[in-house]
Design a protein around this ligand. Structure first.
Ligand code: SAM
Length: 187
């Protein structure tokens, strides 16, 4: 409860960049992390890690030989996350998702299996959304997946422009209902 309230207060104070006062619900996180495999080594990227609720679930599910690179813009959120989670498979990157490729190159990552995002894209300038989508698409493996949570269908058109085979699943039991988009690299 203490951590929950701490997160609500922290997200509320920066609502213009967090886009939310509450963490993504467990039900939605489960749907978002469905393709994280316990059985095979994967390279996974998380965008907009916040205090690490999705990070934690990905780490719980992923294989011992997988790697997770989590991006978070705010330094204080990164501090909170690294105080809560200590895992050798996790690399926390305190920078914008707009610099995705630069960091992957620095870590000598050529291809990524899954990119899971809770970024509040509807609040971003169109140029930043386009730059993120381009880098996400470029960094994915041929059958790689980009998973994005959203609370409206506003981004659907742009996702369809940037990726192949864009599907969405509506998580009705969430309040408000959430859309989990699943997008494949262009082939
Ligand atoms: C809706 S919150 C999601 C937090 C948490 N992952 C969750 O699902 O509950 C969005 C997060 O994205 C971060 N963020 C916003 N713009 C970003 C950017 N350009 N690059 C990386 N992180 C960003 C915010 O600071 C915030 O922590």
């Amino acid at each position: 409860m203490k951590n929950y309230l701490k997160t609500v207060i922290a997200y509320s104070k920066k609502v213009s960049t967090t886009g939310a006062m509450f963490e993504t619900s467990a039900l939605v996180v489960k749907e978002m992390s469905r393709n994280v495999s316990p059985d095979q080594a994967q390279t996974i990227v998380e965008l907009g890690a916040g205090h690490g609720n999705i990070t934690e679930v990905i780490l719980e599910r992923m294989n011992a030989n997988s790697k997770l690179f989590a991006f978070e813009l705010h330094t204080d959120f990164c501090t909170e996350l690294s105080n809560r989670i200590s895992d050798k498979r996790l690399t926390l990157i305190n920078d914008s998702a707009g610099n995705l490729m630069q960091h992957l190159q620095k870590h000598q990552i050529n291809e990524v299996d899954i990119i899971i995002s809770a970024l509040p894209l509807v609040l971003f300038p169109p140029e930043l959304v386009a730059a993120i989508f381009q880098q996400v698409e470029q960094s994915l493996k041929p059958n790689g997946l980009f998973i994005q949570v959203s609370y409206s269908l506003v981004m659907k058109k742009q996702l369809k422009k940037a990726f192949s085979n864009v599907k969405h699943k509506m998580v009705l039991l969430n309040m408000p209902p959430a859309f989990v988009f699943s997008c494949q690299k262009n082939v």
